[in-house]
Design a protein around this ligand. Structure first.
Ligand SMILES: [Zn+2]
Length: 256
């Protein structure tokens, strides 16, 4: 049994705390935060030990790029987030042992809920952090000050920094007016970001080429040669609907 099997996990958001399940807290500080929510039934807790009895992890290879694997729990746990495994190059020892660092934005340290006893965390302060050749973290902010995406091989992996809409996922019936991406401070509580935050995101993303965006959930991926254009269109549409008609974000063009 792993050492973390008995630790408390919030059922609603999936955060694991350095607190044994037997002494589980009365409230989850992440769910009390304005970016999350507490369900009508109140706070509730589980542990890895309990989840292992009722859930399993599935590994699904990406249909377009076999080097990308989604890892997620079934049935869904918490908000249904996925992990993505990227095979950047063949390194069997690395793959077997996962002896890899964990890159985190310096700005978001206050949100960590586990101790780093093996000293694996690497906090990066710059807007961009190179990890491996052609693999870069890009800090876009917005949802959290340190919210970041990973860029690799014309792919953007957004984590929870950028949302993908329903119409973005069904683009066979797409019109040019449909919103593909959305940019929120609080996703479950629907607090959208304003044009200046989106403009900062765009200025950090526009230097990267990408033709696919992988979001937080297993089913949320958008591909196509025009994905970068759709990203800018979505930002500008959101700003226009906030009636920010004079904002410099609306002057941005794809080639800028
Ligand atoms: Zn929680």
């Amino acid at each position: 049994m792993a050492a973390s099997d008995h630790l408390s996990i919030c059922v609603t958001c999936g955060t694991q705390y350095d607190i044994p399940y037997d002494n589980r807290p009365s409230t989850c500080r992440m769910c009390l935060e304005p970016r999350q929510f507490v369900p009508p039934s109140g706070h509730s807790w589980t542990s890895l030990e309990q989840l292992k009895a009722t859930h399993k992890n599935e590994f699904k290879q990406d249909e377009n790029d076999g080097r990308i694997w989604s890892i997620f729990s079934t049935p869904q746990v918490a908000i249904g987030q996925r992990a993505i495994f990227i095979q950047t190059y063949t390194h069997l020892e690395w793959a077997r042992e996962f002896q890899c660092p964990v890159y985190l934005a310096y700005e978001d340290q206050e949100w960590l809920n586990r101790d780093d006893q093996e000293n694996r965390r690497v906090f990066f302060k710059d807007e961009t952090q190179n990890i491996l050749p052609d693999v870069n973290m890009v800090k876009v902010g917005g949802h959290f000050p340190g919210s970041s995406v990973l860029h690799w091989n014309k792919n953007i992996f957004t984590g929870d920094s950028i949302g993908i809409s329903q119409s973005g996922l069904s683009r066979s019936h797409h019109s040019k007016d449909h919103q593909v991406f959305f940019f929120h401070y609080a996703f479950p509580n629907f607090v959208p970001l304003g044009p200046t935050a989106m403009h900062t995101m765009w200025k950090r993303l526009r230097v990267w080429e990408f033709t696919a965006v992988y979001s937080l959930f297993f089913t949320t991926t958008v591909r196509g040669d025009n994905v970068k254009r759709l990203m800018l269109d979505s930002m500008q549409r959101q700003a226009r609907h906030q009636e920010n008609f004079g904002h410099p974000l609306l002057q941005e063009q794809l080639s800028a």
